[in-house]
Design a protein around this ligand. Sequence first.
Ligand code: SAH
Length: 380
Amino acid sequence: MLDSGVSQAHISGKNFSMNNDMKQCIEKLLSGERLTREEFCLLIQERTKETASKIAEEARRRKQAVYGDSIFLRGIVEFSNVCKNDCYYCGIRKSNEHVRRYRLSKEEILQCCRAGYEIGMRTFVLQSGEDGAYTDSVLEEIIRGIKKEFPDCAVTLSLGERDKDSYQRLYDAGADRYLLRHETADPEHYRKLHPEYMSFEHRMHCLYELREIGYDVGAGMMVGSPYQTERELAEDLYFIQDFRPEMCGIGPFIPHRDTPFRDQPAGTLEMTLFLLSVIRLIEPEVLLPATTALGTIDPRGREKGVLAGANVIMPNLSPVRVRHQYELYDNKICMDDEAGQCGACIELRMRTVGSRIAVDRGDIRRDGFRSGILCRKKLE
Ligand code: SAH
């Protein structure tokens, strides 16, 4: 009896001190103070259902204060699945011989944009593998074509790593934003996800170059990627806090049958939602998508993402005939919906969580402090 009484006291004593540390972390997060890596780690490790729901509630409130109940659409055009890289997690990696490779022409891309414009999209995201056939001049033509036909729309690029000159030319041609997920902010972890010839330093360098040129920049990572622990996730949050990306794409890792990571478990809904909320609190103005991957691991994943603090949805505008060839992970959703169907579906889904689709470019609301600065850590 005595024994159990002692250990009970010990446990509650221990809980008390852990809760206190956790409480402090949450208070710092809510008051906009910077957290250390250790604090982010603790926040992740010690999270409970209750703390996650408190943080989500606050994240929703912040989002509401900055963006109201608006959700912004980004129509994504996956214009080429040709890739020179061999990322271990990605379904369109170079070594995957089961993929039928395709490339879309400028006219085909414009047609996708037209369908998106019809349903109220005012941002188009051009995404592809790292495909050398799309030289700067080919891409300039495409960007100029979109900007000419849709001067009221933003163009976002997601083409992977290029040199600074190229980023500059595409920016000068009219591109507004660039998505380049950092994938992981830990160099050792990066090495476990990519072949040796790919470089963590180079990817990070690209992010700073894009920022310097003037793009609105998107970073981000997969949640639950192989070898990721709370420590790596804490490093990601620390990097996001430091870099202050305008956009942040996070979604669960999902295995693809034809990759070396085919047998690895997927990331969880719960962790992804928690991190979305934390990121909204770190950076209240950030444009935060509820990703397709989140909608893939849970039928209401994107709605839940919006309730956790996301304010962007990225419907697929690629021609239905090529969508199956741009399968980054297994069971990707919305493979057969035409743009019109997709628009109606998203509209309805968003209504169920008290949000409405805004026909708007959905630029970041600048807070004054952000404009004119590069970022806390300047380009080295
Ligand atoms: N070539 C571009 C676009 C990559 S695809 C680039 O390098 O940036 C866009 C994102 O999909 C990647 O950045 C990665 O984070 C994500 N992705 C790739 N494979 C995935 C998988 N198996 N599960 C979840 N997300 C994945």
